[in-house]
Design a protein around this ligand. Structure first.
Ligand code: AMP
Length: 216
């Protein structure tokens, strides 16, 4: 199953991706997570990406395309992939159409998570992420048992540096300018499932399963 999951920051891509992984045997590949790991490990790619990420800007297409192409050729992608955060621009989408065709894994379904800006604002500013295992919490909607401490591994919970209203506004503008055309690109190919992501997580996931049932 070759799936893309798309939506603005805070639409629930991370949460839905975790649920999809449990149900279907494919790896979750988040370009944001891959970049953050590179930044943490201070790799050459991480050093190049950091300044763009800190500024809430997109990392250059060529860097991202090469990173994704290499990742999809790893053994765990044999049964497919769930790509999260890519493609984010029309240039990436057009290039990815070539790459995915070449490696025999063309996109079968694009899950577009639709959600309103005010709800996103509330979700994003309350989001906390475990610095050790990456588990996701929310100070009101999904708090950890002990404040600031991960239920799963005991790691410290942190707010991502780009999870502020200011950065969110920037990322939303960028989403409108760069990513909406990508969804239109896939809409023209007839592979997009528009999902109402302002619903409760279980209802969002049910809609996702229904959409994936049509391709699987
Ligand atoms: P995310 O966690 O998906 O919100 O990504 C965090 C940051 O990583 C973004 O604000 C971008 O700077 C960078 N990034 C992630 N995916 C991409 C991509 N496909 N193209 C360009 N930059 C990306």
């Amino acid at each position: 199953m070759n799936i893309l999951i798309m939506g603005p920051a805070g639409a629930g891509k991370g949460t839905m991706s975790d649920l999809i992984l449990k149900e279907y045997d494919i790896p979750h590949i988040s370009t944001g997570d891959m970049l953050r790991e590179n930044v943490r490990n201070n790799t050459d790619l991480g050093k190049e990406a950091k300044s763009y990420m800190d500024a809430g800007k997109l990392v250059p297409d060529a860097v991202i395309n090469a990173m994704v192409e290499a990742r999809l050729q790893e053994a765990d992608c044999q049964k497919g992939y769930l790509l999260d955060g890519f493609p984010r621009t029309l240039v990436q989408a057009e290039k990815f159409a070539e790459i995915s065709q070449k490696i025999g894994k063309p996109v079968e379904c694009v899950l577009a998570l639709d959600v309103d800006f005010n709800l996103l604002k509330e979700r994003i500013t309350g989001r906390r992420v475990c610095s050790k295992c990456g588990a996701i919490y929310h100070i009101h909607n999904h708090p950890s048992k002990v404040e600031g401490v991960c239920d799963v591994c005991g790691g410290a919970l942190k707010q991502r540096s780009d999870d502020t209203v200011e950065k969110l506004t920037q990322r939303m503008d960028e989403y409108d300018n760069s990513t909406k055309p990508v969804i239109d690109f896939y809409d023209q190919k007839g592979v997009v499932a528009h999902i109402d992501a302002s619903q409760k997580p279980e209802d969002v996931f049910n809609d996702i399963k229904e959409a994936l049932g049509k391709i699987g």
